[in-house]
Design a protein around this ligand. Sequence first.
Ligand code: ADP
Ligand code: ZN
Length: 302
Amino acid sequence: MEKSHVARQAASRRGGSPAMNVRVGGLELGGTKTVVAIGTADGAVMEEFRYATTNPEETLTIAADWWRQRGPLVKIGIAAFGPIRLQGHACDFGTLLRTPKTAWQGFSLANFFRERFPESLLCIDTDVNAALLGELQCGAARGMRNVIYVTVGTGIGAGIFCEGNLVYGTLHPEFGHLRVPRHRDDSFVGACPFHRDCLEGLASGPAMEQRWGLAGNLLPLHHAAWEMEAWYLAQGIYSACTLLTPEIILLGGGVSQQEGLHDRVAALLDELGNGYFETYASRIRRPALDQQAGIVGALLLS
Ligand code: ADP
Ligand code: ZN
């Protein structure tokens, strides 16, 4: 298991070194929305700006210009969707890999920001690892050693904290591409361009929209979509729980804002466990930092 240099820094800060009050930049790059901020390395946001993610040049130039207008930055922390190379020694460190967002495939976030901010230390990790760090440092996971942070938005991903370490493997966890059983009422082919009906292909925001013809935030509370959505998320989270037996599972991201979704997933998780595991239902939690977890985490990365 290899840890990026960024994660080591952030992890050592969790270990108790004093918060640094230097001005740092944070960028949360999502498939639908981007958040750019300035703040401190202990995660305090001073100012932020949210806007739609478009193509790489346009999206990142907005962030770079926004930072430049606010003066020099000692460090920059970037929390990005994946897949992305994170191993610090790799020649393609900070490059987006085979993402379904084809315009971003092969794009180097590291090169883009190193060219424009040569004086700033650049730290990059996944959006989910950043959100997880935020929750560990100042949110719902304080003091815990085994936590899974699941995001359900444009994509599905998970950050995993296992025995006090972020898990990377040779890339980083790819929870969204887990295989899950089919819901008996579902004939949707699936939205993942690589696997069609992996978890992300069946339960991401775009998958819901393609299946039902309406974006998640427009689907009524009692629509059958929500029972199916909870069922798929429970299948994926159950598999992760069997492997990692976490203290808590934080369920965040745009789709998770749907009222009642956490409770439905929690109930289904215990149905799947069928009494074998200690209850997981009570361990499904909302991120305490809510939609701020990612950008707070980006600042912490720095
Ligand atoms: P990103 O993936 O850019 O980080 P989000 O986590 O907000 O952004 O995810 C965007 C996806 O979540 C979109 O597919 C959108 O339709 C869906 N979504 C956003 N808000 C809601 C909501 N309140 N309820 C259900 N789905 C939502
Ligand atoms: Zn997939």
